[in-house]
Design a protein around this ligand. Structure first.
Ligand code: EAX
Length: 323
């Protein structure tokens, strides 16, 4: 009896310490809800990591910008006060300049093209630039092609966008491009955006369908124009503080988990693209589908000259020519 008690206690202790002491909970943040593309991708990542490390690593999720804007979260990743972020490239070029080239408007024809480039040598070479800036980039996830919304009017061609005060991400490549559309770009962190639209501080904004849906912008914006003027890549970023402690085996688990997350996140983007526009219409948005994209591309030409100078005309062409 007594021996049995001791044995049971010892077993409980062993299991207890074994399971508890070795579980590390990682903080992961993202801009939108758990049900959104970012939430879906992040959950797959965390589930795969938990499974692949036999529960030694798991996540605590901070959706809806609970840990701040994307720039702040990336800074926290560098500092090691946050472990993971699933973020758009919005502010990332300010940390890793090599990212900026994929933020060029009208660089990608469609989703297939964009995903092929991100998963191919160009995208993978960019991921390799992160560690020297104190960030580990596990994989390209996805935000989606961005479209304009505003409270004033339908946008078919650049002249319609002229004079509209539009919130942009803190991204110089976007701002330089959007100015050629006649827009007045107003950079702002995402968590402030809903309030700014509601109060009329800005007339509009631009984001992919999955974000417009998740952020409920139909409540504060009447007009949606399917401009698709730029592809918005996203990244799953990890703090080096975590990465440097991982065994080689665990590193592999994290990278493979991130690849699965990207697949799931892109699948959710596809679903939102397929169903979201009708949903936004049913929520009262007026959707302009006959956007004159050629006119927007024409308008962008002066900015393209600047991009060619900054990134190299050959490098832009190399991306554009990938089929
Ligand atoms: O990453 O800031 C933005 O507009 C982003 O697209 C959004 O936060 C999702």
């Amino acid at each position: 009896m007594k021996l049995g008690h001791i044995a049971a206690a010892a077993l409980a202790l062993a299991c207890g310490t074994g399971a508890l002491a070795q579980t590390t909970t990682l903080k992961i943040g993202y801009a939108t809800s758990p049900e959104s593309h970012y939430g879906v991708g992040s959950k797959v990542f965390c589930d795969e990591v938990e499974k692949g490390t036999q529960g030694r690593y798991k996540c605590q999720h901070f959706p809806n910008s609970a840990l701040g804007g994307e720039r702040e979260q990336i800074e926290a990743i560098q500092l090691g006060t946050q472990d993971l972020v699933n973020t758009s490239t919005g502010p990332v070029g300010n940390f890793v300049p090599e990212v900026k080239i994929v933020d060029v408007p009208f660089l990608f024809r469609d989703y297939d093209h964009a995903r092929k480039v991100m998963d191919g040598p160009t995208g993978q070479d960019i991921l390799a630039k992160f560690p020297s800036k104190g960030i580990v980039a596990l994989a390209w996830t996805e935000n989606g092609f961005r479209h304009m919304t505003n409270s004033k009017r339908d946008i078919v061609k650049p002249e319609d966008a002229k004079g509209l005060k539009m919130r942009t991400m803190e991204n110089k490549v976007h701002m330089d491009g959007y100015r050629t559309f006649g827009i007045l770009p107003t950079p702002m962190a995402f968590p402030e955006l809903f309030g700014a639209l509601q109060q009329g501080t800005v007339d509009g904004q631009e984001n992919p369908i999955p974000v417009i849906l998740a952020a409920k912008f139909s409540q504060v914006q009447k007009h949606l124009s399917l401009t698709g003027h730029v592809y918005s890549p996203a990244l799953l970023l990890l703090s080096p503080k975590v990465w440097n402690k991982l065994s080689d085996g665990d590193k592999k688990v994290f990278v493979e988990a991130a690849k699965k997350a990207a697949v799931a996140q892109r699948k959710k983007v596809n679903e939102d693209e397929a169903n979201g526009i009708a949903m936004l219409e049913s929520q009262g948005m007026k959707v302009t589908k006959n956007v004159d994209k050629v006119a927007f591309q024409e308008a962008l030409k002066p900015a393209y000259a600047g991009y060619a100078k900054e990134f190299g005309a050959d490098n832009l062409k190399k991306i554009q020519e990938i089929r």
